[in-house]
Design a protein around this ligand. Structure first.
Ligand code: ZN
Length: 441
Protein backbone atom coordinates (compact mmCIF):
# COMPACT_ATOMS: atom_id res chain seq x y z
CA UNK A 1 0.00 0.00 0.00
CA UNK A 2 1.30 3.45 -0.82
CA UNK A 3 -0.32 5.05 2.20
CA UNK A 4 1.51 4.96 5.50
CA UNK A 5 2.53 1.98 7.61
CA UNK A 6 1.32 1.50 11.17
CA UNK A 7 4.71 2.71 12.40
CA UNK A 8 4.60 5.80 10.19
CA UNK A 9 1.16 6.75 11.50
CA UNK A 10 2.40 6.23 15.05
CA UNK A 11 5.47 8.34 14.32
CA UNK A 12 3.23 11.17 13.10
CA UNK A 13 1.14 10.96 16.29
CA UNK A 14 4.36 11.04 18.31
CA UNK A 15 5.57 14.18 16.52
CA UNK A 16 2.20 15.87 17.03
CA UNK A 17 1.80 14.89 20.68
CA UNK A 18 3.82 17.65 22.44
CA UNK A 19 2.24 20.52 20.46
CA UNK A 20 -0.14 22.75 22.41
CA UNK A 21 -3.09 22.96 20.01
CA UNK A 22 -6.22 25.01 20.55
CA UNK A 23 -9.04 26.33 18.37
CA UNK A 24 -6.68 29.00 17.02
CA UNK A 25 -2.97 29.73 17.15
CA UNK A 26 0.45 28.42 16.25
CA UNK A 27 -0.26 24.94 17.63
CA UNK A 28 -2.77 24.33 14.83
CA UNK A 29 -0.31 25.74 12.27
CA UNK A 30 2.50 23.48 13.51
CA UNK A 31 0.10 20.54 13.31
CA UNK A 32 -0.86 21.36 9.73
CA UNK A 33 2.87 21.70 8.92
CA UNK A 34 3.52 18.13 10.08
CA UNK A 35 0.52 16.75 8.18
CA UNK A 36 1.86 18.58 5.11
CA UNK A 37 5.00 16.44 5.25
CA UNK A 38 2.75 13.62 3.98
CA UNK A 39 0.00 15.23 1.89
CA UNK A 40 -0.22 18.60 0.07
CA UNK A 41 -2.62 20.51 2.32
CA UNK A 42 -4.12 23.77 1.17
CA UNK A 43 -3.85 26.16 4.11
CA UNK A 44 -6.48 28.69 5.12
CA UNK A 45 -6.31 31.55 7.61
CA UNK A 46 -9.61 33.22 8.50
CA UNK A 47 -9.32 36.51 10.39
CA UNK A 48 -10.60 36.88 13.95
CA UNK A 49 -13.93 38.68 13.93
CA UNK A 50 -15.07 37.11 10.65
CA UNK A 51 -18.75 36.14 10.91
CA UNK A 52 -19.21 32.42 10.14
CA UNK A 53 -22.81 31.15 10.11
CA UNK A 54 -24.18 32.02 13.57
CA UNK A 55 -20.67 32.32 15.05
CA UNK A 56 -17.67 34.66 14.88
CA UNK A 57 -14.05 33.57 14.37
CA UNK A 58 -12.49 34.06 17.83
CA UNK A 59 -9.22 35.72 18.75
CA UNK A 60 -6.01 33.83 18.31
CA UNK A 61 -4.55 32.18 21.41
CA UNK A 62 -0.88 31.45 21.91
CA UNK A 63 1.02 30.41 25.00
CA UNK A 64 4.69 30.31 25.90
CA UNK A 65 4.72 29.29 29.55
CA UNK A 66 2.65 29.02 32.72
CA UNK A 67 3.24 27.94 36.29
CA UNK A 68 2.25 27.82 39.92
CA UNK A 69 5.34 28.29 42.11
CA UNK A 70 5.72 27.84 45.84
CA UNK A 71 7.37 30.37 48.16
CA UNK A 72 10.80 28.96 47.36
CA UNK A 73 10.26 29.51 43.62
CA UNK A 74 9.83 25.81 42.82
CA UNK A 75 7.35 25.08 40.02
CA UNK A 76 4.59 22.89 41.43
CA UNK A 77 2.41 23.01 38.33
CA UNK A 78 4.34 23.54 35.12
CA UNK A 79 3.10 24.06 31.55
CA UNK A 80 6.52 22.96 30.33
CA UNK A 81 5.92 19.51 31.83
CA UNK A 82 2.51 19.08 30.14
CA UNK A 83 0.36 21.50 28.18
CA UNK A 84 -2.71 19.93 29.84
CA UNK A 85 -1.75 21.79 33.04
CA UNK A 86 -3.19 25.02 31.65
CA UNK A 87 -6.90 25.39 30.91
CA UNK A 88 -6.79 25.65 27.12
CA UNK A 89 -7.41 29.19 25.80
CA UNK A 90 -6.67 30.71 29.25
CA UNK A 91 -6.48 34.50 29.22
CA UNK A 92 -3.05 35.98 30.04
CA UNK A 93 -2.31 36.35 33.74
CA UNK A 94 0.77 38.42 34.66
CA UNK A 95 2.94 36.82 37.36
CA UNK A 96 1.43 37.58 40.74
CA UNK A 97 1.13 36.25 44.25
CA UNK A 98 -2.13 34.69 45.22
CA UNK A 99 -3.49 32.89 48.26
CA UNK A 100 -4.49 29.24 47.88
CA UNK A 101 -8.07 30.30 48.68
CA UNK A 102 -8.11 32.69 45.72
CA UNK A 103 -6.42 30.14 43.49
CA UNK A 104 -8.87 27.31 44.31
CA UNK A 105 -11.61 28.59 41.98
CA UNK A 106 -9.14 28.26 39.09
CA UNK A 107 -7.94 24.73 39.82
CA UNK A 108 -9.34 21.62 38.15
CA UNK A 109 -8.71 18.04 39.21
CA UNK A 110 -10.60 14.75 39.31
CA UNK A 111 -11.31 13.50 42.78
CA UNK A 112 -12.30 10.04 41.55
CA UNK A 113 -9.19 9.70 39.34
CA UNK A 114 -6.54 11.29 41.56
CA UNK A 115 -3.53 10.48 39.36
CA UNK A 116 -4.54 12.00 36.04
CA UNK A 117 -4.60 15.60 34.83
CA UNK A 118 -7.95 16.56 33.27
CA UNK A 119 -8.22 18.46 29.96
CA UNK A 120 -10.28 21.63 30.28
CA UNK A 121 -11.01 24.53 27.94
CA UNK A 122 -12.46 28.00 28.29
CA UNK A 123 -13.08 28.94 24.67
CA UNK A 124 -16.11 31.16 24.71
CA UNK A 125 -15.85 32.45 28.26
CA UNK A 126 -12.75 34.53 29.03
CA UNK A 127 -11.18 32.97 32.08
CA UNK A 128 -8.02 31.18 33.16
CA UNK A 129 -7.12 28.10 35.13
CA UNK A 130 -4.80 25.22 35.88
CA UNK A 131 -5.39 21.47 35.73
CA UNK A 132 -3.52 19.12 38.01
CA UNK A 133 -3.82 15.67 39.53
CA UNK A 134 -6.02 15.51 42.59
CA UNK A 135 -3.01 14.25 44.59
CA UNK A 136 -1.04 17.35 43.58
CA UNK A 137 -3.94 19.53 44.56
CA UNK A 138 -4.31 17.92 47.96
CA UNK A 139 -0.62 18.44 48.65
CA UNK A 140 -0.93 22.24 48.27
CA UNK A 141 -0.67 23.87 51.67
CA UNK A 142 -2.47 27.02 52.73
CA UNK A 143 -0.42 30.11 51.93
CA UNK A 144 0.72 32.17 48.99
CA UNK A 145 1.74 31.00 45.55
CA UNK A 146 3.16 32.74 42.50
CA UNK A 147 0.90 32.23 39.51
CA UNK A 148 1.52 33.18 35.89
CA UNK A 149 0.04 32.40 32.48
CA UNK A 150 2.23 33.79 29.73
CA UNK A 151 -0.34 33.62 26.95
CA UNK A 152 -1.75 36.03 24.38
CA UNK A 153 -5.31 36.42 23.21
CA UNK A 154 -5.24 38.75 20.23
CA UNK A 155 -6.76 39.37 16.84
CA UNK A 156 -5.19 36.93 14.43
CA UNK A 157 -6.70 34.04 12.50
CA UNK A 158 -8.25 30.62 12.67
CA UNK A 159 -6.20 28.10 10.67
CA UNK A 160 -7.41 24.99 8.90
CA UNK A 161 -6.08 22.69 6.22
CA UNK A 162 -7.89 21.13 3.30
CA UNK A 163 -7.09 18.69 0.52
CA UNK A 164 -9.27 17.88 -2.48
CA UNK A 165 -8.39 14.64 -4.25
CA UNK A 166 -10.31 14.82 -7.50
CA UNK A 167 -11.88 11.67 -8.92
CA UNK A 168 -13.71 11.12 -12.22
CA UNK A 169 -16.93 12.34 -10.62
CA UNK A 170 -17.41 15.76 -8.99
CA UNK A 171 -19.41 14.02 -6.25
CA UNK A 172 -17.45 14.22 -3.03
CA UNK A 173 -16.74 12.22 0.08
CA UNK A 174 -15.86 14.52 2.98
CA UNK A 175 -13.51 13.40 5.74
CA UNK A 176 -13.42 15.81 8.66
CA UNK A 177 -10.99 15.64 11.55
CA UNK A 178 -10.63 18.00 14.50
CA UNK A 179 -7.14 19.34 15.23
CA UNK A 180 -7.70 21.44 18.37
CA UNK A 181 -6.83 19.10 21.24
CA UNK A 182 -3.36 19.46 22.83
CA UNK A 183 -1.45 16.45 24.19
CA UNK A 184 -4.22 13.87 23.85
CA UNK A 185 -3.46 10.88 21.66
CA UNK A 186 -6.66 8.99 20.94
CA UNK A 187 -8.79 12.13 20.92
CA UNK A 188 -7.47 13.70 18.24
CA UNK A 189 -4.04 12.47 17.13
CA UNK A 190 -5.32 9.03 16.11
CA UNK A 191 -7.89 10.65 13.80
CA UNK A 192 -5.29 13.01 12.35
CA UNK A 193 -2.81 10.18 11.68
CA UNK A 194 -5.39 7.85 10.13
CA UNK A 195 -6.93 10.62 7.97
CA UNK A 196 -3.48 11.65 6.74
CA UNK A 197 -2.65 8.06 5.81
CA UNK A 198 -6.07 7.62 4.16
CA UNK A 199 -5.55 10.72 2.02
CA UNK A 200 -2.07 9.60 1.07
CA UNK A 201 -3.33 6.16 -0.01
CA UNK A 202 -6.26 7.59 -1.99
CA UNK A 203 -3.96 9.94 -3.90
CA UNK A 204 -1.99 6.94 -5.11
CA UNK A 205 -4.94 5.01 -6.56
CA UNK A 206 -7.51 5.67 -9.28
CA UNK A 207 -10.98 6.49 -7.98
CA UNK A 208 -14.41 7.50 -9.23
CA UNK A 209 -15.51 9.77 -6.37
CA UNK A 210 -13.65 12.88 -5.30
CA UNK A 211 -12.41 13.12 -1.72
CA UNK A 212 -12.12 16.22 0.42
CA UNK A 213 -10.21 16.19 3.70
CA UNK A 214 -10.73 18.98 6.21
CA UNK A 215 -8.37 19.27 9.19
CA UNK A 216 -9.94 21.97 11.34
CA UNK A 217 -10.48 22.91 14.98
CA UNK A 218 -13.59 21.29 16.49
CA UNK A 219 -16.95 23.06 16.11
CA UNK A 220 -15.71 26.53 15.07
CA UNK A 221 -13.44 25.03 12.40
CA UNK A 222 -16.21 22.94 10.84
CA UNK A 223 -18.56 25.93 11.05
CA UNK A 224 -15.94 28.13 9.38
CA UNK A 225 -15.41 25.59 6.61
CA UNK A 226 -19.17 25.25 6.03
CA UNK A 227 -19.62 29.05 5.96
CA UNK A 228 -16.97 29.41 3.27
CA UNK A 229 -17.77 26.31 1.20
CA UNK A 230 -21.48 26.18 0.54
CA UNK A 231 -20.83 25.15 -3.08
CA UNK A 232 -18.50 22.33 -2.11
CA UNK A 233 -20.91 21.26 0.64
CA UNK A 234 -23.57 20.70 -2.04
CA UNK A 235 -21.31 18.26 -3.85
CA UNK A 236 -20.72 16.14 -0.74
CA UNK A 237 -22.62 12.86 -0.97
CA UNK A 238 -21.00 11.00 1.93
CA UNK A 239 -19.12 12.11 5.01
CA UNK A 240 -17.23 10.76 7.98
CA UNK A 241 -15.61 12.24 11.04
CA UNK A 242 -12.67 10.19 12.32
CA UNK A 243 -12.21 10.39 16.07
CA UNK A 244 -10.77 8.31 18.92
CA UNK A 245 -9.80 5.62 16.45
CA UNK A 246 -6.50 4.30 17.85
CA UNK A 247 -7.35 2.62 21.15
CA UNK A 248 -7.42 -1.14 21.59
CA UNK A 249 -11.04 -1.92 20.67
CA UNK A 250 -13.06 -2.81 17.58
CA UNK A 251 -14.62 -0.11 15.42
CA UNK A 252 -17.73 1.81 16.35
CA UNK A 253 -19.93 3.59 13.89
CA UNK A 254 -22.34 6.39 14.66
CA UNK A 255 -24.84 6.78 11.85
CA UNK A 256 -25.64 9.98 10.02
CA UNK A 257 -28.85 11.78 10.97
CA UNK A 258 -30.63 10.08 8.06
CA UNK A 259 -29.53 6.71 9.46
CA UNK A 260 -29.86 4.85 6.15
CA UNK A 261 -27.76 7.01 3.85
CA UNK A 262 -25.34 5.18 1.52
CA UNK A 263 -22.46 6.06 3.87
CA UNK A 264 -24.29 4.32 6.73
CA UNK A 265 -25.02 1.25 4.63
CA UNK A 266 -21.49 1.15 3.19
CA UNK A 267 -19.79 1.40 6.60
CA UNK A 268 -22.07 -1.19 8.14
CA UNK A 269 -21.53 -3.62 5.24
CA UNK A 270 -17.75 -3.28 5.52
CA UNK A 271 -17.70 -3.55 9.33
CA UNK A 272 -19.91 -6.63 9.32
CA UNK A 273 -17.62 -8.50 6.95
CA UNK A 274 -14.36 -7.23 8.49
CA UNK A 275 -14.60 -8.70 11.96
CA UNK A 276 -13.75 -5.20 13.27
CA UNK A 277 -17.33 -4.33 14.21
CA UNK A 278 -17.77 -3.39 17.84
CA UNK A 279 -20.97 -1.36 17.79
CA UNK A 280 -23.30 0.68 15.58
CA UNK A 281 -25.21 3.53 17.18
CA UNK A 282 -27.84 5.85 15.87
CA UNK A 283 -27.16 9.51 15.41
CA UNK A 284 -27.09 11.68 18.50
CA UNK A 285 -26.58 15.45 18.34
CA UNK A 286 -23.55 15.42 20.59
CA UNK A 287 -20.03 14.26 19.92
CA UNK A 288 -17.94 15.77 17.15
CA UNK A 289 -18.49 17.77 13.99
CA UNK A 290 -21.00 15.38 12.43
CA UNK A 291 -23.66 17.53 14.07
CA UNK A 292 -22.59 20.63 12.11
CA UNK A 293 -22.58 18.81 8.78
CA UNK A 294 -25.92 17.08 9.46
CA UNK A 295 -27.63 20.37 10.49
CA UNK A 296 -30.88 21.24 8.65
CA UNK A 297 -29.28 23.81 6.36
CA UNK A 298 -26.69 21.32 5.06
CA UNK A 299 -27.96 17.81 5.77
CA UNK A 300 -24.67 16.26 4.69
CA UNK A 301 -24.97 12.56 5.54
CA UNK A 302 -22.04 12.42 7.92
CA UNK A 303 -21.37 9.46 10.14
CA UNK A 304 -18.58 9.04 12.66
CA UNK A 305 -16.06 6.23 12.78
CA UNK A 306 -14.26 5.63 16.07
CA UNK A 307 -13.10 2.97 18.48
CA UNK A 308 -13.49 4.68 21.84
CA UNK A 309 -16.70 6.60 22.31
CA UNK A 310 -16.25 10.15 23.50
CA UNK A 311 -16.92 10.49 27.20
CA UNK A 312 -17.24 6.73 27.67
CA UNK A 313 -13.65 5.56 28.10
CA UNK A 314 -11.94 6.46 31.37
CA UNK A 315 -8.89 7.96 29.67
CA UNK A 316 -11.11 10.42 27.74
CA UNK A 317 -10.01 14.06 28.11
CA UNK A 318 -7.29 13.26 30.62
CA UNK A 319 -3.53 12.86 30.65
CA UNK A 320 -4.12 9.08 30.52
CA UNK A 321 -5.02 9.53 26.83
CA UNK A 322 -1.32 9.53 26.01
CA UNK A 323 0.69 7.80 23.29
CA UNK A 324 0.63 4.48 25.17
CA UNK A 325 -3.17 4.45 24.86
CA UNK A 326 -3.10 4.13 21.07
CA UNK A 327 -1.88 1.08 19.18
CA UNK A 328 -0.10 1.15 15.79
CA UNK A 329 -2.04 -1.93 14.61
CA UNK A 330 -5.34 -0.25 15.52
CA UNK A 331 -4.40 2.77 13.39
CA UNK A 332 -3.52 0.39 10.55
CA UNK A 333 -6.79 -1.53 10.98
CA UNK A 334 -8.77 1.71 10.75
CA UNK A 335 -6.92 2.70 7.58
CA UNK A 336 -7.61 -0.69 5.99
CA UNK A 337 -11.31 -0.41 6.87
CA UNK A 338 -11.49 3.11 5.42
CA UNK A 339 -9.97 1.93 2.15
CA UNK A 340 -12.61 -0.81 1.97
CA UNK A 341 -15.36 1.74 2.64
CA UNK A 342 -13.92 3.92 -0.14
CA UNK A 343 -13.96 0.95 -2.48
CA UNK A 344 -17.63 0.23 -1.67
CA UNK A 345 -18.64 3.88 -2.14
CA UNK A 346 -16.79 3.98 -5.45
CA UNK A 347 -18.53 0.95 -6.92
CA UNK A 348 -21.92 1.54 -5.32
CA UNK A 349 -23.94 2.87 -8.24
CA UNK A 350 -27.49 2.58 -9.45
CA UNK A 351 -27.84 0.42 -12.55
CA UNK A 352 -30.55 0.01 -15.12
CA UNK A 353 -30.95 -3.17 -17.08
CA UNK A 354 -30.59 -2.79 -20.82
CA UNK A 355 -32.54 -6.04 -21.29
CA UNK A 356 -35.24 -5.65 -18.65
CA UNK A 357 -37.99 -7.73 -20.26
CA UNK A 358 -37.53 -11.23 -18.94
CA UNK A 359 -34.18 -12.72 -18.11
CA UNK A 360 -31.43 -12.02 -20.63
CA UNK A 361 -29.84 -15.13 -22.08
CA UNK A 362 -26.57 -15.29 -20.16
CA UNK A 363 -25.23 -18.42 -21.87
CA UNK A 364 -25.39 -16.80 -25.30
CA UNK A 365 -23.16 -13.99 -23.98
CA UNK A 366 -20.59 -16.37 -22.52
CA UNK A 367 -21.37 -15.26 -18.97
CA UNK A 368 -21.45 -18.82 -17.71
CA UNK A 369 -17.89 -19.28 -19.02
CA UNK A 370 -16.86 -16.28 -16.98
CA UNK A 371 -17.70 -18.23 -13.88
CA UNK A 372 -15.11 -20.90 -14.68
CA UNK A 373 -12.43 -19.53 -12.37
CA UNK A 374 -14.69 -18.88 -9.40
CA UNK A 375 -14.08 -20.77 -6.20
CA UNK A 376 -17.82 -20.86 -5.83
CA UNK A 377 -19.39 -20.36 -9.26
CA UNK A 378 -22.89 -20.64 -7.85
CA UNK A 379 -22.38 -17.44 -5.83
CA UNK A 380 -21.40 -15.35 -8.83
CA UNK A 381 -24.24 -16.86 -10.78
CA UNK A 382 -26.70 -15.83 -8.08
CA UNK A 383 -25.08 -12.39 -7.85
CA UNK A 384 -25.57 -11.92 -11.61
CA UNK A 385 -29.24 -12.85 -11.29
CA UNK A 386 -29.88 -10.63 -8.25
CA UNK A 387 -28.12 -7.68 -9.87
CA UNK A 388 -30.18 -8.06 -13.05
CA UNK A 389 -33.37 -8.54 -11.04
CA UNK A 390 -32.90 -5.28 -9.16
CA UNK A 391 -31.45 -3.27 -12.06
CA UNK A 392 -34.36 -0.85 -12.31
CA UNK A 393 -32.40 2.31 -11.53
CA UNK A 394 -34.01 2.46 -8.09
CA UNK A 395 -31.69 0.07 -6.29
CA UNK A 396 -27.99 0.66 -5.77
CA UNK A 397 -25.55 -2.22 -5.43
CA UNK A 398 -25.63 -1.99 -1.63
CA UNK A 399 -29.35 -2.69 -1.90
CA UNK A 400 -28.58 -5.74 -4.04
CA UNK A 401 -26.09 -6.97 -1.42
CA UNK A 402 -28.54 -6.28 1.41
CA UNK A 403 -31.45 -7.99 -0.33
CA UNK A 404 -29.45 -11.02 -1.48
CA UNK A 405 -27.26 -11.45 1.57
CA UNK A 406 -24.25 -11.71 -0.76
CA UNK A 407 -20.96 -9.89 -0.17
CA UNK A 408 -20.88 -6.42 -1.67
CA UNK A 409 -17.62 -7.24 -3.42
CA UNK A 410 -19.23 -10.17 -5.25
CA UNK A 411 -22.23 -8.06 -6.27
CA UNK A 412 -19.91 -5.30 -7.54
CA UNK A 413 -18.01 -7.88 -9.60
CA UNK A 414 -21.25 -9.20 -11.07
CA UNK A 415 -22.35 -5.67 -12.00
CA UNK A 416 -19.00 -4.93 -13.67
CA UNK A 417 -19.34 -8.11 -15.69
CA UNK A 418 -22.90 -7.30 -16.76
CA UNK A 419 -21.88 -3.75 -17.66
CA UNK A 420 -19.07 -5.10 -19.80
CA UNK A 421 -21.58 -7.25 -21.66
CA UNK A 422 -23.88 -4.27 -22.28
CA UNK A 423 -26.59 -5.67 -20.04
CA UNK A 424 -26.41 -2.85 -17.49
CA UNK A 425 -26.05 0.89 -17.65
CA UNK A 426 -24.74 2.87 -14.66
CA UNK A 427 -26.88 5.88 -13.86
CA UNK A 428 -25.47 9.10 -12.55
CA UNK A 429 -27.43 10.48 -9.69
CA UNK A 430 -26.38 14.08 -9.39
CA UNK A 431 -28.63 14.66 -6.41
CA UNK A 432 -27.13 11.70 -4.61
CA UNK A 433 -29.16 10.14 -1.85
CA UNK A 434 -32.48 11.42 -3.01
CA UNK A 435 -31.78 10.45 -6.59
CA UNK A 436 -33.53 7.13 -6.41
CA UNK A 437 -36.80 9.04 -6.40
CA UNK A 438 -36.05 10.79 -9.63
CA UNK A 439 -37.00 9.19 -12.89
CA UNK A 440 -34.66 9.16 -15.80
CA UNK A 441 -36.00 9.03 -19.34
ZN1 ZN B 1 -12.42 15.77 22.70
Amino acid sequence: MSGMTADEMMALARELYPICRSITGDGVRATLDLISDHIPLERHEVASGTPVLDWTVPREWNIRDAWIKDASGKRLVDFAASNLHVVNYSAPLPAQRMSLDALEAHLHSLEDRPDVVPYRTTYYDENWGFCLTHRQRESLEAGEYEVCIDSTLEDGALSYGELLIAGESPEEVLISVHVCHPSLANDNLSGIAVATAFAKALRAQPRRLSYRFVFAPGTIGAITWLARNRDAAERVRHGLTLVCIGNDEGLRYKRSLAGDAPIDRAVEAVLESSGELCEVRDFHPYGYDERQYNSPGFRIPMGSLSRGLHGEFPEYHTSADDLSFIQPQRLAGALETLLEIASVLDSNRHFRSLAPFGEPQLGRRGLYCAMGGETNPADLSIALLWTLQLADGEHDLLAVAERSGLDFELVARAAALLEKHDLLEALDHPSGDHAANESKN
